[in-house]
Design a protein around this ligand. Structure first.
Ligand code: MN
Length: 152
């Protein structure tokens, strides 16, 4: 108990009265966690990308599931935000493929859904997603939501 204390961690500074939390631990520790954003609507994609970058994340975007699977294997994101309705392969099929691939199975996937109605949540979770958010994306809560799923 009286031994030397470890130095302040990321996001902390030592002050005369002790340690003060001055920043975000996650982005501090991980030096900008990387999010792969899969969204076919260009304006939605730009807005979500802007919000995530504002809040300290590195963002890789993909407009369809096929490219997203390639990007996930190549870029090793810390989390994937996956629109469900995509041209061609849909987001749930892409999620199943990513979860069955040992290279990407550990990457948390959060679905973005236009209407989380009865049965949708079950389909989303059955596909392997860790969670989901509803459209329109709440830009004030997005960073907290992303951090929650990266931590877990
Ligand atoms: Mn879409």
């Amino acid at each position: 108990r009286d031994g030397p204390r470890p130095g302040p961690g990321a996001g902390e500074t030592e002050t005369g009265r002790g340690r003060r939390y001055t920043g975000d631990k996650l982005t501090g520790d991980r030096l900008m966690a990387k999010v792969l954003l899969v969204e076919d609507n260009h304006m939605n994609s730009r807005l979500t990308e802007f919000v995530l970058e504002r809040d300290g994340f590195t963002v890789v975007t993909s407009p369809n599931a096929e490219e997203a699977i390639e990007a996930a294997r190549r870029d090793k994101p810390d989390l994937i935000l996956m629109d469900i309705q995509l041209p061609g392969m849909d987001g749930l099929k892409a999620t199943r493929i990513l979860k069955q691939d040992e290279r990407t199975t550990d990457v948390p996937i959060v679905a973005i859904t236009a209407h989380a109605m009865g049965g949708d949540e079950e389909r989303i979770m059955a596909a392997g997603c860790e969670g989901y958010i509803s459209k329109p994306v709440n830009t004030w809560q997005l960073a907290e939501t992303v951090k929650k799923y990266i931590r877990s």
